[in-house]
Design a protein around this ligand. Structure first.
Ligand code: FES
Length: 122
């Protein structure tokens, strides 16, 4: 296999190539509109249905940001959002309906708000 000799740069880059730091600036500008679509301080609708769970007695941490990968419970993904998980205690084994839309007024429980969410909220 014949290899082409490596190009040597004498200060300027050929064909309008940009230095890596220029790409970072372009990436940031390209991502800005997406970052503005959903402020980090707004909860993400994980699901428009509640989570029906039979819970054993104990303390639980409900995810309020919607970004947890262990829904409906917190996995720490809220870090940097300004949102905090909500703790609650189950004293006796019980069936609960935990909010998955993250817009309930009765955190952490479903209050039916998911039925009234606009279609463009996700
Ligand atoms: S799932 Fe959020 S209010 Fe029902």
């Amino acid at each position: 296999m014949i290899r082409a000799p490596l190009a040597r740069h004498s200060g300027s880059l050929p064909n309008g190539h940009k230095k890596r730091k220029d790409f970072k600036a372009v990436d940031a500008a390209r991502m800005a509109p997406f970052a503005q679509e959903l402020p980090m301080s707004e909860p993400v609708v994980y699901d428009r249905n509640s989570a029906e769970l039979e819970l054993e007695p104990g303390e639980y941490w409900w995810c309020s940001c919607g970004r947890s990968m262990t829904q409906p419970f917190c996995d720490g993904s809220h870090e940097g959002t300004g949102l905090e998980p909500v703790s609650f205690v189950i004293k006796e084994k019980a069936t609960v309906w935990l909010c998955n839309c993250k817009h309930t007024k009765d955190k952490p429980f479903c209050d039916g708000t998911h039925n009234d969410l606009p279609a463009d909220i996700f």
